[in-house]
Design a protein around this ligand. Structure first.
Ligand code: ITT
Length: 224
C-alpha cells in the first residue's frame, strides 16, 4: 500500500529523527528544512495555527505542490520557575543554556517540570484552502542536578521523565525509541498516527478505488 506523504517542517534535526522513527510504516515523512514565523503567545497551538498557514501560502507562491505539512512546537515548563522557560525555551537554550537553567535551580528542592508538545497538521483543500488538525502530548518529570547523556537534543540532558523510568535516566541517556515511548512528542505523534490511519488512509484507499474504477471503465469502453 502507498503511504501518505507528509512534510515535516523543522530546522531541528533531533525532531526529524524522532518523528521519522515514530511514523515509520504509517506515513512517508519528508523533511522540509524551513522556518515559519513564530508569534509571541503563551499558547503553543496558536504559534502553529498562525505560522504553518503562513508558510503554506509562501510555498504555494513558490510553486510547491499542495501537500500535507506538519510541525511541532514544544517547550519545557519548570514548576519552581512559574513555567519558565515555556514558550521561551528556544531563546533560553540559545542564551543561558542548560547550565543557566541548572544555576537557576541550585538549592531548589521542588524540581518538577513538564515537556509539552503540540503538533499542527495542515491538510490542503481546493484552490489554496486548507484545514488544520492539532495533536498534543506531555511528559512529566524532574530537572536533574547535572547534565547527563549525549543522545537526544535541547534540554534532554537535564530532564528525567517519570514514566516507566526506575533508573532515573535523562532523555539524553535513552535511545530514540526509548525517548519516544515516554516523551511529549511521542505521545502527540501517536495521536497523529491514529488520525492518519483513520482519515488519510481512508481517503487514500478511496482515491485508489476510484482509479481502479476508472481503469475498469476504460477497459470496458475499449472492449465495447
Ligand atoms: P523548529 O521550531 O524549527 O521545529 P526548535 O528547536 O526551535 O525547532 P521548538 O521551538 O519546538 O523547536 O523548541 C523549543 C525549545 O525546546 C528548543 O530549544 C528545543 O531544543 C527544546 N526542545 C523541544 N523539544 C525538545 C525535546 O524533545 N527534548 C529536549 N528539548 C526540546
Amino acid at each position: 500500500m502507498r503511504l501518505p506523504e507528509l512534510y515535516l517542517v523543522t530546522s531541528n534535526e533531533g525532531k526529524w529523527r524522532e518523528v521519522r522513527r515514530e511514523l515509520e510504516g504509517t506515513a512517508e515523512v519528508k523533511w522540509l528544512r524551513r522556518k515559519y514565523p513564530e508569534i509571541q503567545t503563551g499558547d503553543l497551538k496558536e504559534v502553529l495555527a498562525f505560522g504553518l498557514p503562513h508558510l503554506y501560502r509562501e510555498l504555494l507562491k513558490e510553486g510547491f505542490p499542495p501537500s500535507p505539512l506538519f510541525a511541532d512546537d514544544s517547550g519545557l515548563f519548570i514548576d519552581a520557575l512559574g513555567g519558565f522557560p515555556g514558550v521561551y525555551s528556544s531563546f533560553v537554550e540559545r542564551t543561558i543554556g542548560l547550565r543557566g537553567i541548572l544555576k537557576l535551580m541550585e538549592g531548589v528542592e521542588e524540581r518538577g517540570a513538564e515537556f509539552r508538545c503540540v503538533i499542527g497538521l495542515l491538510l490542503p483543500g481546493e484552490g489554496g484552502s486548507y484545514r488544520m488538525e492539532f495533536f498534543q502530548g506531555s511528559s512529566r518529570g524532574v530537572i536533574s542536578t547535572e547534565e547527563r547523556g549525549y543522545d537526544g537534543f535541547g534540554y534532554d540532558p537535564i530532564f528525567v521523565p517519570f514514566c516507566d523510568n526506575p533508573e532515573g535516566l535523562t532523555f539524553a541517556e535513552m535511545s530514540t525509541e526509548e525517548k519516544n515511548r515516554r516523551s511529549h512528542r511521542g505521545e502527540a505523534l501517536r495521536e497523529m498516527r491514529k488520525y492518519i490511519i483513520r482519515e488519510l488512509h481512508k481517503h487514500l484507499s478511496a482515491s485508489v478505488r476510484q482509479n481502479l474504477n476508472t481503469e475498469a471503465q476504460m477497459k470496458r469502453n475499449e472492449e465495447e
